[in-house]
Ligand binder design. Sequence first.
Ligand SMILES: NC(=O)c1ccc[n+]([C@@H]2O[C@H](COP(=O)([O-])OP(=O)(O)OC[C@H]3O[C@@H](n4cnc5c(N)ncnc54)[C@H](OP(=O)(O)O)[C@@H]3O)[C@@H](O)[C@H]2O)c1
Length: 385
Amino acid sequence: MPRVAVARSDSLYFFGTPFRRRASQGRSIPNLTEKGRFPKVLAAVFHKNGGPEVVKVEDVPVPRPGVAQFRIRVEASSMNHLDLWMRRGLPIEIPMPHIGGSDIAGTVDEAGGGADRTRIGRRVVVDPSIMYDWYRLARIPGLDVEPFQVIGEHTQGGFAEFAVVPAANVVELPDGFPAATAAAAALAGVTAWRGLMSRGCLREGERVLITGASGGVSSMAVQFADAAGAEVFAVTSSEDNVRRVRALGAHHVFDRTTTDWGREIHRMTGRRGVDLCLDSVGEAIWPQLLRALAVGGRLVSFGATTGPAGKIDIRLLFWRQLSILGSTMGTRAEFREAMDMVFRGVVTPPVHAVLPLSEARRAHELLEAGNVFGKLVLAPGSEPA
Ligand SMILES: NC(=O)c1ccc[n+]([C@@H]2O[C@H](COP(=O)([O-])OP(=O)(O)OC[C@H]3O[C@@H](n4cnc5c(N)ncnc54)[C@H](OP(=O)(O)O)[C@@H]3O)[C@@H](O)[C@H]2O)c1
C-alpha cells in the first residue's frame, strides 16, 4: 500500500533528559551559534494535565531542525483555546512534557538537511497545519496517508525561545511587519477564512451570524465577513465587547448576557433569519442557531467550546432545507489568502495583550476566565530585566 510521507522529524520530540530549572528573569535569548553556549532555552512546559498551575517556564534542550525543517527564533506565539484543551487533557496523544503554541512568528535561525539555507535570517510566520492534504488524500481508496497534525498540538510548539517547524510551512513577513500581529492571525485567521469562505461560501449581501465574537477566531471572522460585503450579526458578552465587536465591522451586535439574541435576529430580519452562521460555541446555543437560519441556511461549525452534543430539531433541518457543515483550520493556499488580508491591513487580529513567556501561566488563566478580547500573545524575547 503506498504511503505518503510527511516532513516530520523526531527532533520535534526533543525531551530526552529531565530539565534543569533556572530563573527566567533578566536574560536575553541565547545566540545558539555562539561558541561555548550551553544549549538550553526557555519554554513554557506542562508535564501533566491540569489547571493553569501545571504550566511552568523551564529550561529545555535546544531543538535541532531535522530533515526539511527550520528552527525559528520565536518572537511571538499566540494562545488559542486549543492550548486550554491540551493542558486540561484531550482524548488524543500529545508529546509530553508538552510545549503548546500553534502560532509562531519569528526569524529562521537554522535549517535542517534539505531545507533552504538562504532563508536563514528571514522573518516568517508559520502555517500551523501539517499534512492538511490528508483531508483530500484520505478519500483515495488504497492510499495510506499520514494524518493531519497541528503544530504545538501533535508537535512541540512556539511557547519557547526556539521552535522547530517544517520548512514548507513558513511564509515570509513583509518588512517590519509586527510578529505579534502575525502570530495572532495565523491559526485563527485560516480557520475563520475557510469556515466563512470555503465551507460557508459566504457571498456579498448575505446575512451572516458569528457567535463568540470576542474570541480569537470569531473576531477575525467578523472582519472577513464585513470585508466580503456581508451584513454581519454577532453575539458576544458584555457591553464593552459589544462596542469592540461593532468597531471590528459587525452591523448588529448582541450581548448574550442580557439579550434574547435569537428573538432579536428573528425580528430584525423580518422573520427570515440569516443565510450563514459560523459557530464554535456549540452545545449551549445550537437550538437557537438552527432557529436563526433562513430557509436554505448553512451552519458552519468549527468548535464546541460549551460542549459537544449539539441538539437539533430534525424537522427544522429538513423543512427549511438547512445544511450543517464542519470546518477545521485550512489548506496552505487558504492560510496564504488569510495572511495576505492581514498583511494588506484589510483585517487585523485584536491583540488583547502581549505578555513575556514567563507569564505563560497567567495567559492560561486569563483565557480560561474569558477575560480576553481577541488574542493573547506570548513574546519570548520580552522577559523583564
Ligand atoms: N476546528 C478548528 O480548526 C478550530 C480552530 C480554532 C479554534 N477551534 C475551536 O473553536 C473554539 C474557539 O476558539 P478560539 O481560540 O477562538 O477561542 P477563544 O479565543 O477562547 O474564544 C472563545 C469565545 O467563545 C465564547 N464563549 C465562551 N464561553 C461561552 C459560553 N458559555 N457561552 C457562549 N459563548 C461562550 C466567548 O465569546 P463571547 O464572550 O464574545 O461570547 C469566547 O471569547 C474553541 O472551542 C476551539 O477549540 C477550532
